[in-house]
Ligand binder design. Structure first.
Ligand code: ASP
Length: 441
């Protein structure tokens, strides 16, 4: 059995968290490769090291002395080192970094140093190998990962190590300079390493015990999701239920490696397992709910386009889509009727140009009318088992009807793993509670 464990920012936030990580890793010999984030927040008002590094870069860019900000970073790492009694020569590391900052202001290099130092400290503390991500994660100049080269190198390097700590979030360009993923990207590093190592499981340690069936700010004590498929997860995270970086799923999924979301502060909790799409369909004894989770977002806008005899016309939807394409605006849903269809998208992307778009839609589609409806919330109810069971939508709509909630839109993906309803923003919380109560309580 081989496990790759990735620890996020809050798991690396201070010496106390390092101790927990040490214990979790040494408790299980299978946890051979460990990927870490930079130290995150210790408490709500605290700063993430990566944010401070971005700030350092901004200071340099605008020729403001960066020393005061960098000092806060040094102090954070020094305090971890001192509390854990480590030998690592941090002064030397800081000197190298500052020399480079004084010479050249490369953002990617600067912001990657949080992960670098975090991994150096942990490798020292755990007395195991440190593998610099720049030597094993390779990017192409277009910003994509060079999968083959990365895979090849990782296989070689990992094979030679009994246990290793690897910084997340960055790799290198063909010329050796540092390139980072987007924010939260250590999740991606972990997934790539799990895939190259041929891990049996990719553990993603964070500060929550996996996914909950609904947002706990809306539903009191929602149940934890024990198993979820990649596809279900995608539907839920698209609607805001995010614990994992979006792109982190792909390498593990491709290699058929389940991802286990675990809580560093509650290591006995088994967390949530993300599995392949077929593995979950009918299983499991302790997972008796027909739905897997509910998530939603407020603030959508609907353009409702009506035109008599539209059904007989070719290309009308395309003409409407061009209006958005031309402005680089992406669309979420296109529910349609016989003589009408709607275009649903986040309000923020059309906020200042709504009128302009209405006029253009009227002209391009030669529509009788174009109405705009704002303040729509979308709620998705997800569950791979829904496709196999009749009566689910009836139950959902009854729950909303019984609670006097007006449904403004309905959409079901063709994979039938979710039903999306649109309700007024004011009914958002009430609707989520009603759906949860109908299916889970
Ligand atoms: N430290 C980086 C960030 O805050 C990457 C990560 O933590 O995954 O975005």
């Amino acid at each position: 059995m081989l496990k790759v464990a990735k620890f996020g920012g809050t798991s690396m936030a201070d010496a106390a968290q390092f101790r927990k990580v040490h214990k979790i890793v040494t408790n299980d010999d299978d946890r051979k490769f460990v990927v870490v984030s930079a130290p995150g927040k210790r408490f709500k008002e605290d700063n993430k090291i990566t944010d401070l590094l971005y700030l350092t870069h901004a200071h340099i860019k605008f020729s403001v002395p960066y020393a005061p900000v960098f000092k806060i970073i040094e102090e954070r790492f020094n305090s971890i080192k001192e509390e854990l009694n480590l030998n690592i020569n941090l002064e030397h590391e800081f000197k190298v970094i500052k020399e480079r900052l004084d010479n050249k202001c490369e953002e990617n290099y600067i912001v990657s140093r949080g992960e670098y130092l975090s991994a150096m400290l942990l490798a020292d503390y755990m007395e195991c190998d440190f593998i610099d991500a720049k030597d094993v994660i390779f990017f192409n100049y277009d910003g994509t990962v060079n999968r083959d080269k990365t895979h090849e190198k990782l296989t070689e390097v990992l094979n030679g190590s009994r246990r290793a700590i690897i910084p997340g979030f960055y790799g290198s360009y063909p010329d050796g300079s540092i390139k980072t993923f987007s924010r939260g990207g250590s999740d991606i590093t972990g997934s790539i390493i799990a895939s190259a190592a041929g891990a049996d499981i990719y553990e993603n340690w964070t500060d929550v015990s996996g996914f909950l069936m609904a947002d706990p700010r809306i539903v009191k004590n929602p149940r934890q999701i024990k198993r979820i498929t990649y596809q279900e997860l995608r539907e839920l995270s698209y609607m805001g239920a995010s614990v994992l970086h979006d792109e982190a799923v792909f390498p593990a999924r491709q290699a058929g490696i389940p991802i286990n979301i675990r809580n560093t502060n509650e290591p006995d909790n088994p967390g949530t397992i993300i599995v392949g799409d077929d593995e979950k369909a009918y299983e499991s004894k302790d997972d008796d709910h027909i739905i897997t989770g509910i998530a939603g977002k407020k603030n959508f806008t609907v353009f409702y386009i009506h035109k008599e005899h539209m059904a007989n016309e070719v290309g009308i939807i395309r003409s409407a889509l061009e209006v958005f394409d031309d402005r680089g605006i992406s669309i979420d849903h296109i529910p349609s009727g016989i003589d009408s269809f709607s275009i649903v998208l986040p309000s923020e992307s059309v906020e200042r140009i709504t009128h302009e778009i209405v006029e253009e839609l009227k002209a391009k589609c030669k529509a009788e009318s174009v109405h705009v409806h704002k303040n729509l919330s979308l709620i998705t109810t997800v569950g791979i088992k829904m496709a196999y069971k009749p009566g689910i939508s009836a139950k959902l709509f009854t729950a909303l009807g019984d609670n006097n909630i007006n449904i403004r839109m309905i959409d079901q993906g063709s994979s039938e793993i979710n039903i999306i309803v649109g309700v007024e923003d004011k009914d958002f919380e009430k609707a989520i509670k009603a759906i949860y109560d109908a299916f889970v309580r």
